[in-house]
Design a protein around this ligand. Structure first.
Ligand SMILES: *[C@@H]1O[C@H](CO)[C@@H](O)[C@H](O)[C@H]1NC(C)=O
Length: 335
């Protein structure tokens, strides 16, 4: 019986994969699969544009109503990418180790993606300046508001090394959220924001679609099967936020390797690129694929994780495509 349930779950996840593949963009299915060793099918190419090679100054815009404990989880994840005190590194495999796969991507001058990501400043848009429903373009107006606000103090416009990360709370609806995407990245238009600068948006899916965007911490949405005997526990205690962490990682990796959507991606259609994290959605450990997350760790309470961060934090983060090994990879790989 348990085997049958697993099989049903597996079949369902196969059906879900075209959707998951489309996470950051409305991507067409293009014969990719997510098993390790699929390198012969992957046609990741460099299209001559820039990558984020200078140390990144990250600005978080908290949109809506946020629980401070949840904000701390996300801050600690960002801080774990390049910890401020290198003398006290996180346990391995760490979030820093995970980012080293992203650093393997270079631009045409041979510069690698930076290993330094600073959390430079934060802005709290707790008055929902653009309302409860945001179109894709409205995200740029959220950024503009954060740069021009009188109260609270505005963020700086940093067109050279800035990366703006808009995070929407669980009660905010965003165009395509939960249908085609869990997050996306793009660049701002000078007419709206005043400069061309890369940005990413990620939503809190806790109330709207944890079964899609907080996988594998929730029952896959639309599944007819009764819940499996045990859904994986979220390592920081909030399904929506723990799910967001992996989507944030996904978007930061892709923003860094394809900030102006003309650098690293697979597929022939630049309006629907398959990027370095799209290639590995749903894969968190060795042996993963086809609905199995792969070999990950369990904490003391049995919650799943694969990376360690600052302050003893644990996170579950999807793998990204390694351009040297030509396969999905993370520092918790067994080989
Ligand atoms: C830079 O990228 C090249 C090519 O992938 C790689 O061999 C090298 O190790 C990278 N350097 C760093 C510091 O990651």
């Amino acid at each position: 019986m348990q085997n049958l349930l697993n099989l049903l779950l597996l079949l369902f996840l196969f059906a879900l994969f075209p959707l998951l593949q489309a996470l950051p963009w409305r991507t067409q299915g293009n014969n990719l699969n997510y098993f390790e060793g699929s390198s012969n099918l992957v046609n990741l190419e460099y299209h001559m544009g820039p990558v984020l090679a200078s140390p990144i100054n990250l600005y978080i815009i908290w949109y809506g109503h946020w629980n401070p404990n949840h904000q701390d989880i996300i801050r600690d994840f960002i801080l774990s990418l390049s910890p401020p005190s290198p003398s006290r590194p996180s346990r391995r495999p760490s979030v820093t180790d995970w980012w080293q796969t992203v650093e393997l991507y270079t631009d045409q001058t041979g510069l690698n993606i930076t290993g330094t990501i600073r959390l430079s400043d934060e802005f709290h848009d707790s008055s929902y300046s653009q309302g409860n429903y945001l179109s894709r373009l409205a995200i740029q107006h959220v950024i503009r508001n954060s740069l021009t606000s009188q109260n609270p103090r505005p963020l700086p416009l940093n067109p050279y090394t800035g990366l703006y990360l808009v995070l929407t709370s669980s009660d905010v609806q965003v165009q395509d959220f939960c249908r085609a995407v869990c997050g996306f990245h793009y660049f701002t238009f000078p007419a709206v924001v005043g400069a061309t600068v890369p940005y990413a948006w990620v939503g809190h899916s806790g109330k709207q679609c944890p079964g899609i965007c907080a996988y594998p911490f929730a029952q896959p949405e639309g599944s007819e099967a009764p819940p499996p005997s045990r859904i994986m526990g979220a390592p920081n205690g909030d399904v929506g936020v723990d799910g967001m962490v992996s989507v944030i990682a996904h978007e930061l990796a892709e923003t860094s390797s394809n900030p102006l959507v003309n650098a690293w991606y697979a597929g022939d259609d630049p309006t629907a690129p398959t990027e370095i994290a799209d290639l590995c959605v749903g894969l968190y450990g060795s042996g993963g694929g086809g609905g199995y997350v792969g070999n990950v760790y369990k904490d003391y309470w049995g919650n799943g994780y694969n990376l360690n961060g600052v302050k003893g934090r644990k996170f579950l983060v999807q793998w990204v495509w390694n351009p040297v090994q030509r396969r999905c990879f993370g520092p918790n790989a067994l080989d």
